[in-house]
Design a protein around this ligand. Structure first.
Ligand code: HEM
Length: 445
């Protein structure tokens, strides 16, 4: 699209009055969608005492995330304010030279080829979950599958990336992550309409943070004393960092990877299972693929390229329910986007929720159609489940490899169906999660 030139001093279209922040926070997905539908692809609104700019065209997203990346920073964004108290100065929150150093250090462990060495860990842990399902409940009993997937991806991540098994602490870890998310994801308006509720959530968050930091310290101490596990022929991420970082830096990095890496992947899997339940023909395609490619055998890394229906099911689930639904940046200096002045310090946001369902760019945008991922590559910066530009997710190869293997291993063994009448509704906190969880019945295939 050709950039337009706006008269000097005008701001991008948007509501004239400051937005009702309480209403916005009650349903941020409806808000970002409405802004786009009513005012267009480059909008602005007044919220929390500042003007916020929203970009919902692929070239505009690319402008901020890739082509002009030096002019935008994560520092002092709402994400930064939420995540920094918990994650300190790790890869997700650091900036400039410090970020570049950390990224260089971590990159080799996350290469596409490096992550394939973790196939055994991924399928072992998934089999352990299947065993727990078998022994925990009679076939057909509804289980909180979203929580179980969070524990699963946590167990996989700590073993594969950090080289340790959290064992029983895994369940508690999942609960602590929930408590941290619950506090971090809810802004507290001033004046606070429900101080008692906020105090309770803050207490839960502080406890959760201590617990998560304790787990991180324990993981580090174990690795510092025992060195790489003998059973691990390949290196872990910890191995590349352990000699380079001090205890606090390492704790921040460990917590960053654990927090950024397991909740997101668990949500991608949760939404995939939900959508497959709603679209039985797609689930049938996957089962046929599993029978054909694996014939009952446990999948390995070598099978992943052939599991195309599994992979498309996940890609399309992340289009409709992107685990990270909003990316924000601050302009480090003045910029001009599409003819509009973007002042220094401005908050600029791109929502994957809006881009991924944008009617100008997708056919039948609201429908679950995994086959749309069959064709040629999508236009740049239209599909951003892992972000874009140099701050793109470092764990994306790991996440896709893991999610494909978990999905294949689960659906090979069981049928999962949403509990009849269970309400499913997305809730946009730090990640996009099902507000009431996801209760599904698990029946052996
Ligand atoms: C389906 C799963 C995942 C999704 C949807 C996801 C999504 C994202 C997104 C959108 C960003 C960019 C945020 C921004 O630009 O502001 C990001 C960054 C990041 N992700 Fe992921 N992620 C996933 C899995 C993982 C895994 C498995 C790990 C690590 C084990 C991980 C670690 C990170 C880190 C460290 C960053 C910051 C990278 C940097 O700034 O250099 N993520 N992720």
């Amino acid at each position: 699209m050709t950039p337009t030139t706006a008269p000097a001093g005008t701001v991008p279209p948007g509501p004239a009055d400051p937005v009702d922040m309480a209403a916005m926070r009650a349903d941020p997905l409806a808000f970002v969608t409405r802004m786009n539908r009513e005012y267009g692809d480059l909008t602005s609104h007044l919220g929390d005492g500042e003007r916020v700019y929203m970009l919902h065209r692929p070239d505009l997203a690319r402008h901020v995330l890739k082509d002009n990346v030096a002019r935008y920073t994560k520092v002092n964004t709402p994400d930064d304010a939420m995540l920094r108290p918990l994650l300190g100065n790790g890869l997700l929150t650091s900036d400039g030279e410090e970020w570049a150093r950390q990224r260089r250090l971590c990159a080799p462990a996350f290469r596409r080829t490096a992550v394939t060495t973790f196939d055994g860990i991924i399928t072992d842990e998934t089999h352990a979950l299947l065993d727990r399902w078998r022994s925990a409940a009679a076939p057909g009993t509804a289980l909180p599958v979203d929580h179980h997937l969070t524990s699963l991806t946590l167990a996989i991540l700590t073993r594969a990336v950090l080289g340790v098994d959290l064992g029983a602490a895994g369940e508690g870890f999942g609960r602590a992550v929930d408590a941290a998310n619950l506090f971090m994801g809810h802004y507290v308006p001033d004046p606070d309409p429900d101080p008692q509720d906020t105090a309770l959530r803050r207490k839960g968050y502080v406890q959760a943070r201590s617990f998560l930091q304790l787990v991180a310290r324990t993981v580090i101490a174990a690795r510092r004393t025992s060195g790489p596990a003998a059973s691990q022929a390949h290196g872990t991420l910890m191995d590349t960092m352990i000699g380079e970082l001090g205890d606090v830096e390492l704790r921040d990095q460990v917590l960053t990877l654990i927090m950024a890496g397991h909740e997101t992947t668990a949500k991608a899997l949760t939404w995939t299972l939900y959508l497959l339940d709603r679209h039985p023909a797609e689930a049938d395609l996957i089962r046929a693929e599993l029978d054909r490619v694996l014939g009952g055998r446990t999948p390995t890394a070598a099978d992943v390229p052939a599991l195309v229906h599994c992979r498309r099911a996940i890609d399309e689930a992340m289009r409709l329910y992107p685990p990270v639904w909003l990316i924000s940046r601050r302009a480090t200096g003045p910029d001009v986007i599409d003819g509009y002045d973007i002042p220094a310090g401005a908050l600029v946001c791109v929502s994957q929720w809006v881009l991924h369902r944008h009617p100008d760019h997708w056919e039948r945008p609201e429908d679950y159609v995994p086959a749309r991922f069959t064709g040629p590559d999508l236009p740049s910066h239209l599909y951003l489940p892992f972000g874009g530009g140099e701050r793109t997710c470092i764990g994306r190869h790991f996440a896709l490899f893991e999610a494909t293997l978990v999905l294949a291993t689960l659906l090979q063994a069981v049928d999962l169906a949403l509990e009849p009448g269970f309400p499913v509704e997305p809730e946009a906190l730090v990640t996009l999660r099902p507000r009431h969880g996801m209760r599904m019945t698990v029946t052996p295939r």
